[in-house]
Design a protein around this ligand. Structure first.
Ligand code: CUA
Length: 310
C-alpha cells in the first residue's frame, strides 16, 4: 500500500474525513482573509504613496457603518467555523458510553500495547477489523500520552486513572501510522505504532492465533528460553508461558509475529533485535530496557528464541 505524501490530509475513515474537510475549510477562509489583507496593503501603499508631501492627512475618528460591516463579517466567519466544528466533532466522535470497549490500549513510556477479547495481546501494532467502528479504551501506565491514528479518527489524551474511550474505523484493509501526540518524556518522538486494519475474517483468524499461549521452546530455542528466564526478563515482560506478569515492557507472547520493535524505532528482524539486545540505550536513549553484559552467543540464542515466538 502506498503511503500518501501528507497522511494527515488523506483520511481513510468516515471518522477522520470530516476533520480533514474542516481543516481545508478553515485553511481556505484563513487564506482568503490573509490574501485580502496583503492585497489591500499593497494597493493602498501604491495608490497613496505620493501623499507624503502633502502633510498630515485628515484624521478620522469612528465610522459606525464601516465598523459594523467589518465586525459583522468577522463574527459571521467565526460563528460559521464554530457551528462547522461542532458538527465535525459530532461526526468524528460519536457517543462512546453506549458500547463496551473492544480493545484496551495501554500507553507506557514508550510503547503501546493492546489487549483484545479472548486474551490476545499486541505491542506497537493495533489490529482492527475493517468496515465498522471499533471502540477503544485508552489507559496509561504512567504519564499523560495521546493516542493519534491520524488517518482513522480523532486524537485523544491518555490519562492515568481515566478510561478514555475512542472510536476507530478503517474503510479498507491496510497499515496506518499512528503516534503519541503529547510530550511524555525523552522518547516521546519514538512512541509510534501502526494500526493493522484487516478484513473481519482475517482479524478473527489473527485473534484466535494470537490468543494462544507462547510457543514452547524447541531444542533449537531452549538455550535462549533458559537465558531469558535467568536474566529476569519476565520481571518486566509478560508472556503467557512461562508465566510472568511484568508490566514495565511489552508483552512478548507472540513477539516474533510483530512488525516493529522498541516503540516503532526498528522493524522486527533478527539483525535489529540483535542490535537492540546489545545496547538498547544506543538505539533508543532513555529506554527502560537495561543493557545486559551479553556475549555474541547469548545474544544470538536470545534472538533465536524471541523471533521464534510466532
Ligand atoms: Cu507518549 Cu508522547
Amino acid at each position: 500500500m502506498s503511503v500518501p505524501l501528507f497522511p494527515v490530509m488523506a483520511p481513510a475513515s468516515p471518522l477522520a474525513a470530516p476533520i480533514t474537510v474542516l481543516m481545508w475549510v478553515t485553511f481556505g477562509l484563513g487564506l482568503a482573509v490573509f490574501l485580502t489583507v496583503v492585497a489591500s496593503i499593497f494597493l493602498f501603499v501604491r495608490r497613496y504613496r505620493h501623499r507624503g508631501a502633502e502633510g498630515e492627512p485628515p484624521q478620522v475618528f469612528g465610522n459606525a457603518p464601516e465598523e459594523l460591516i467589518w465586525m459583522g463579517a468577522a463574527t459571521l466567519v467565526l460563528v460559521f467555523l464554530f457551528a462547522f466544528s461542532v458538527r465535525v466533532a459530532a461526526q468524528s466522535s460519536p457517543p462512546t458510553d453506549a458500547g463496551t470497549p473492544e480493545i484496551t490500549v495501554t500507553a507506557r513510556q514508550w510503547f503501546w500495547q493492546a489487549s483484545y477479547p479472548g486474551g490476545a495481546v499486541s505491542a506497537n501494532e493495533i489490529h482492527i477489523p475493517t468496515g465498522r467502528r471499533v471502540l477503544l479504551s485508552l489507559e496509561s501506565g504512567d504519564v499523560i500520552h495521546d493516542f493519534w491514528a491520524y488517518r482513522l479518527g480523532r486524537k485523544l489524551d491518555v490519562i492515568p486513572g481515566q478510561h478514555n474511550r475512542l472510536w476507530l474505523q478503517a474503510s479498507v484493509p491496510g497499515v496506518y501510522q499512528g503516534a503519541c501526540a503529547e510530550y511524555c518524556g525523552t522518547q516521546h518522538a519514538w512512541m509510534r505504532f501502526v494500526v493493522l486494519a484487516q478484513t473481519p475474517a482475517e482479524y478473527q483468524a489473527w485473534l484466535t492465533r494470537t490468543a494462544r499461549p507462547a510457543a514452547a521452546p524447541t531444542p533449537d530455542t531452549q538455550a535462549g528460553a533458559q537465558l531469558y528466564a535467568r536474566l529476569g526478563c519476565p520481571v518486566c515482560h509478560a508472556m503467557s508461558q512461562p508465566n510472568a506478569s511484568g508490566k514495565v515492557g511489552p508483552d512478548l507472547t507472540h513477539f516474533g509475529s510483530r512488525q516493529l520493535i522498541a516503540g516503532g524505532v526498528l522493524s522486527n528482524t533478527p539483525e535489529h533485535l540483535t542490535r537492540w539486545l546489545n545496547d538498547p540505550d544506543q538505539v533508543k536513549p532513555g529506554t527502560r530496557m537495561p543493557k545486559y553484559p551479553l556475549n555474541a552467543t547469548q545474544v544470538a540464542s536470545l534472538t533465536r528464541y524471541l523471533e521464534g515466538l510466532k
